[in-house]
Each structure stands twice: as structure tokens, then as C-alpha cells.
Design a protein around this ligand. Structure first.
Ligand code: DX5
Ligand code: ZN
Length: 214
């Protein structure tokens, strides 16, 4: 059984309110919000004003995925809304300081790695992580194909987490569909981020339930 964190990146923002109600009814555990700055990734998405509206409208815990350069500069702004606040290991802020700041502001931490980053590089930060996000596409765009090397990374992180006896969720993001999602769960993923494969469903609520049962 996986937890589901739908990525709203590819959805119709004008009907997002209704989509949130359906996802709530399906028991969705988190809502994944992709913040892009056009510098760390070659795309721009949305920021605090949009997240403020979403937060007022839904009771689903928010899983904010910052794809921004030097994220420490913006932790205070996004911590107002986040339950889980994630940032990239590769984004140029001091990792310990950023993880500490997120905790200080009362949020859970999510350290995120790109497809080419070796998971061993983040082992030393695991004691300060509440969740680790393994990207299974190059961050920046929804609708890309799943990169199979994410499975080995999940296995490596699961082995290390269990060896250390830590309470960390392993999340995977990018190209997750029913087939790749199943492989991720088998490899140790606790949380599936699903964007396009979920939002193209005619019955969002039923599809969300199916993903939660993977
Ligand atoms: C990519 C984002 C993902 C993405 C997921 O940079 O972090 O959350 O939108 O979308 P799909 O599931 O379509 O790959
Ligand atoms: Zn994401």
C-alpha cells in the first residue's frame, strides 16, 4: 500500500478546487506542489499566492517540492503552508542549515535528489530527514518517462534507512503510472507522486484510490 501525493502541475487550475475535493474523498495523504523558478529548472510554475488559495481550500497536507535555486532564501515563505517542505540537494544551499530551518519552522523535511545524484551522497543527512524524494525524471516538466535507475536508488535508500532504524518516508516523483508505480512500491517507495497519469483519468477519485492500493 502506497501513500499518494498527486502533482497538480498538469491539471486545469480553474477546476483545481473540485479536483481537491475528489482527492480528499479518495483519502489522498498529501498534495504535491511543484514550485519552479526558471533557474534551477528550465520552467516556471507557481508560488505562494497560488499555494495560499489551495491551503485555504483543502485539508490535504501539502507536500511542497521546491525546484528553486538556493532554497534557504525562501524556506520561511513556504513553511507557512507546508506540512512537508522539500528542496534539492543540488540547489546550492547549505543542507544542514536548510533542514534545521525547516524543522525550526515546524514543518517536516524532504531532501530531494535528481536522477544523476548518487544516493550515498545524502546518507549523512538522513537523521535530519523526514522524507527523501527520489526524482525519476529530470525535474522541470510533467509528462516525462520514468527512469528505471530510480528503482535501485530507492532500494539503496531503504537499506540504509532500515540499517539506521530511521523513520523516513521514501517518495518517488516523475513518470509514475500504474506499472512503474508498482515497481517503485516493490523497490521500497512509501509515497508515489503522480501527475499526468492521474489527472488524465475520467474518474479522478476512483483512479486515486487505485494508486493508493498499489
Ligand atoms: C517534475 C515534477 C513532478 C511532475 C510529475 O519536475 O517534480 O512532480 O510534475 O508529473 P508526472 O507524473 O506527469 O511525471
Ligand atoms: Zn515534484
Amino acid at each position: 500500500m502506497a501513500k499518494l501525493s498527486p502533482s497538480i502541475l498538469g491539471c486545469d487550475y480553474l477546476t483545481l478546487g473540485e479536483a481537491c475535493k475528489e482527492l480528499e474523498a479518495a483519502g489522498t495523504e498529501m498534495l504535491h506542489l511543484d514550485v519552479m523558478d526558471g533557474i534551477f529548472v528550465p520552467n516556471i510554475s507557481f508560488g505562494c499566492p497560488v499555494i495560499d488559495s489551495i491551503k485555504k481550500h483543502t485539508s490535504i497536507p501539502l507536500d511542497i517540492h521546491l525546484m528553486i535555486d538556493r532554497p534557504l532564501r525562501y524556506i520561511k515563505d513556504f513553511a507557512k503552508y507546508a506540512d512537508w517542505l522539500g528542496f534539492h540537494y543540488e540547489a546550492g544551499s547549505d543542507i544542514d542549515e536548510t533542514l534545521d530551518e525547516i524543522h525550526k519552522l515546524g514543518c517536516k523535511t524532504c531532501l530531494t535528489i535528481k536522477p544523476k545524484t548518487d544516493p550515498q551522497e545524502i546518507f549523512k543527512y538522513l537523521p535530519k530527514c523526514d522524507m527523501v524524494l527520489v526524482m525519476s525524471v529530470e525535474p522541470g516538466f510533467g509528462g516525462q518517462s520514468f527512469m528505471m535507475n530510480a528503482l535501485d536508488k530507492l532500494k539503496t535508500l531503504k537499506t540504509e534507512r532500515d540499517r539506521l532504524g530511521l523513520d523516513i518516508l521514501l517518495e518517488v516523483d516523475g513518470g509514475v503510472n500504474e506499472e512503474t508505480g508498482k515497481l517503485c512500491v516493490e523497490a521500497g517507495a512509501d509515497v508515489l507522486v503522480v501527475g499526468s497519469a492521474l489527472f488524465k483519468a475520467t474518474d479522478l477519485k476512483e483512479k486515486a484510490k487505485e494508486y493508493r492500493a498499489l
